[in-house]
Ligand binder design. Structure first.
Ligand SMILES: [Zn+2]
Length: 138
């Protein structure tokens, strides 16, 4: 089974930005709210006039499960997190947390995350999240 993400015309700006390790999502012009996944219709107000905008990549962990690595492209051993994160701009999306122990003790709800990208076989880079590193004040 081919599990490589498919780049569709309506998602191409997302994948083009991912190749440059930037997170682009859509923002509705009439209601000014961000939304994801990409689509022609705003889920908030049903209008069809949206821009692609770059967002911060900052997010908080909303929920997670740990599962045996489902895709060989990850080249990861043992349990892998499948997470729901809430972007600073509002949308919630599914991803995984990397650079973090894959245990229920290390993954904490509401932990601060930042976007990062990882190779995924021969396909496009995948959006992942890693724990946000603290500033100088610790
Ligand atoms: Zn809208």
């Amino acid at each position: 089974m081919d599990l490589t993400p498919k780049v569709l015309p309506e998602t191409k700006p997302f994948w083009d930005a991912a190749a440059e390790e930037r997170l682009m999502i859509q923002r509705c012009k009439p209601c000014a709210r961000h939304y994801f996944p990409p689509g022609p219709i705003c889920p908030h107000c049903s209008q069809t006039d949206a821009d692609w905008v770059q967002v911060s990549g900052r997010a908080k962990l909303f929920s997670f499960v740990l599962t045996p690595s489902p895709w060989p492209q990850w080249k990861r051993e043992g349990l892998v997190s499948v997470v729901s994160v809430t972007l600073e701009e509002g949308p919630r999306l599914l991803s995984t947390v990397v650079d973090c122990e894959q245990t229920a003790g290390a993954l904490k709800l509401d932990m601060e995350l930042t976007a990062t990208w990882r190779p995924f076989g021969d396909g496009p880079k995948l959006l992942c999240f890693r724990p946000q590193t603290k500033g100088a004040q610790g």
